[in-house]
Design a protein around this ligand. Structure first.
Ligand code: ATP
Ligand code: MG
Length: 284
């Protein structure tokens, strides 16, 4: 399909882009937003070879994975039409923070992604919890989770690879087992050896964070996915400084308690205060 834009040359290019978008992608689709976000809103280098960067790629909604308190998780395919080659086709998780009306999905307008809006009007709106204020807050949560994922990925920790942030929408690696969404740790019944290995992985994760002065802040067997023998930690928007945040230590103890309770209920003799003490010794 080709278009002759010569007659629209005096129009604003955004208009042409939208026109083109409406014309060529179907319902539940949009052009890949990879190139419409600022470079800092794209995943860190080196990028995994499965990340689709082609300008010809189309994003297709595959459906909802889970609704949450502040955000919903969806599956999204990004692919060059007709291709299923690696690097030209991938399914990712789109975590969308609620708070603003989502753009019409088949319209792909220019974004204001990643722009940190900090002005007094926004702050007042957030305090009032107006629609505008909720939109600002949702964008800040998404941005906070993006930064936490990038930071953890940079430390070599097992978190989903952060692909892209665009306003209130975060795209990340889909963690799977045999092509299906990996179960949450809470849903698994590991045998003795795997249970012990899982605990070691959680402890190592927490201690690496603590060594860098960080706390997950909402760790529980619901925010840890079991990708076979490998655990992957998710849901990090509230990651905080262990010492900079006045509640940092409380959050760490709560994280320890949440995970230790689960492991203990599964038969592993662990104690949150021992774990907490161990982690604090790494932190200082
Ligand atoms: N990268 C991912 N790969 C596979 N599944 C994921 C991924 N991210 C999220 N999920 C699924 O979506 C669920 C919700 O994600 P997440 O915990 O990040 O969002 P949430 O809004 O904070 O949810 P909740 O309010 O239930 O804590 C997860 O429990 C998991 O089942
Ligand atoms: Mg969660």
């Amino acid at each position: 399909m080709s278009h002759d834009f010569s007659e629209t040359s005096d129009l604003d290019p955004t208009f042409v882009f939208e026109f083109q978008t409406y014309d060529e992608v179907g319902d539940g689709q949009r052009w890949s937003t990879w190139l419409s976000v600022e470079p800092l809103c794209r995943g860190p280098e080196p990028r995994p070879d499965w990340v689709v960067t082609s300008q010809a790629a189309v994003d297709t909604e595959l459906g909802i994975l889970k609704t949450g308190k502040e955000a919903d998780a969806f599956l999204l395919e990004r692919a060059v039409p007709g291709s299923d080659a690696p690097g030209e086709s991938v399914v990712m998780v789109a975590k969308r923070y609620r708070g603003e009306d989502h753009r019409d999905f088949h319209r792909s307008a220019a974004y204001t992604a990643g722009r940190k809006v900090r002005n007094s009007r926004d702050n007042r709106a957030m305090v009032r919890k107006s629609a505008h204020g909720r939109a600002v807050a949702a964008g800040q949560w998404a941005w906070a989770e993006w930064q936490a994922l990038v930071r953890c990925h940079g430390l070599g920790l097992a978190v989903p690879y952060p692909v892209q942030i665009d306003g209130t929408e975060l795209l990340m690696e889909w963690i799977t087992v045999d092509g299906e969404t990996a179960p949450r740790l809470a849903q698994t019944r590991p045998g003795e050896d795997l249970l012990a290995s899982y605990f070691d992985q959680v402890r190592d994760f927490l201690s690496e964070l603590a060594r860098h002065g960080l706390v997950h802040g909402d760790l529980s067997p619901y925010n840890i996915l079991a990708a076979g023998e490998q655990l992957v930690v998710i849901d990090l928007p509230q990651m905080v400084d262990l010492v900079g945040n006045p509640e940092g230590m409380d959050f760490l103890l709560r994280d320890c308690t949440n995970v230790c309770s689960w492991f203990r209920a599964r038969g592993l003799a662990v104690d949150e205060h021992d774990l907490f003490g161990d982690l604090m010794s790494h932190a200082f």
